[in-house]
Design a protein around this ligand. Structure first.
Ligand SMILES: [Zn+2]
Length: 325
């Protein structure tokens, strides 16, 4: 009988600001592996080493790192781990191209934000800060040796801690994201798809010649899918593990519908651009909320357009919204 470890061990690593953090999850048995790799910084590395030491491990013991989605706070330390261990870096086929081609794909996203998305929002200066952050992600990228990358089919279950976990492709936060679900023990590693207070519908660059794919409708669909799963505990990408996932999902769905209605009200009362709706919806919090709030507003506007209640026309590169009667 191989040794099993039923539950992942949460390791919280620092991310950017003093309050920010991101989770990686450790399975010690039968072979040490991590779900996600945190943000690439000296203090995150130190925190990882300390947490592994508490489990009697060092980085060189790691055999596998499984990346849930290609965001800077989740794959960041993968390259360094691969240098200091024999670990293979696993990612499902739906997203693995990011491990091979991160600089090109990320540059495409920067170009799209600079030339289309940020101007479309009607955002003057505030977008520059975000472009700067995107550039920093690009500068911080360290390539993972190609022979260490393992591309696995998204239909494949993974053996983690001696148990089989189903791989679930869940779009909405990121179109490449995978969750992992263990049906017998009813555990869900949800990455950034389900977390408290909420994940955000991140806007991605469309494929050349194609329109942008609205993320919030996908996000809502994924929430519904997760609600059908029998789950006792959720291990999110950020924050502490939680139970009662259906209540959490219900609260998020209710909030999204309510905010969508507020969005409609603002357009009806004269807010023309996404930036104006954003400022009115978030008020004094707008600055602090930043791009996460803008993604939400774009999501609400996408839902209203899909419902045929709002129409958009582009005026000098800026999206202008009006209610449809
Ligand atoms: Zn994250």
């Amino acid at each position: 009988m191989p040794i099993k470890q039923a539950s992942p061990i949460r390791i919280e690593l620092p991310f950017l600001s003093s309050e920010g953090s991101v989770n990686v999850y450790l399975f010690r048995e039968p072979e040490p592996l991590l779900i996600d790799a945190g943000f690439n910084s000296a203090n995150a590395w130190h925190a990882l080493e300390t947490a592994l030491a508490e489990q009697g491990l060092v980085v060189a013991d790691l055999m596998r790192v499984i990346i849930t989605h290609p965001h800077v706070d989740h794959y960041g330390l993968a390259a360094r781990i691969s240098r200091e261990s024999q670990a293979k870096i696993w990612m499902a086929d739906v997203g693995v191209k990011w491990l091979y081609h991160f600089p090109e794909l990320w540059q495409q996203r920067i170009d799209y934000y600079r030339d289309h998305f940020l101007p479309g929002l009607g955002l003057p200066a505030a977008g520059q800060t975000f472009l700067h952050l995107m550039q920093q992600s690009l500068d911080a990228w360290e390539p993972i040796p190609l022979d260490r990358i393992v591309n696995f089919p998204v239909t494949q279950a993974l053996t983690l801690g001696g148990l089989d976990w189903q791989t679930l492709h869940m779009t909405g936060h990121d179109s490449q994201l995978t969750c992992f679900y263990q049906p017998e023990t009813r555990q869900l590693l949800s990455a950034d798809m389900l977390m408290i207070p909420t994940a955000t519908p991140v806007v991605e660059a469309p494929l050349p010649g194609e329109p942008r794919r609205p993320a919030l409708p996908d996000f809502l669909q994924s929430l519904e899918r997760i609600a059908t799963l029998d789950v006792a505990i959720v291990y999110p990408g950020h924050g502490v593990p939680f139970t009662d996932h259906r209540q959490v999902i219900h609260n998020q769905q209710t909030r999204i519908q309510a905010r969508k209605e507020e969005c409609w009200q603002q357009i009806a009362s004269g807010a023309k651009t996404a930036a104006m709706v954003f400022e009115r919806l978030y008020g004094v919090r707008a600055q602090a909320v930043g791009m996460a709030g803008l993604w939400m507003v774009v999501g609400y506007l996408d839902l209203l357009q899909a419902e045929g209640r709002v129409a958009v026309e582009t005026v000098a590169g800026v999206w202008h919204f009006h209610v449809k009667n």
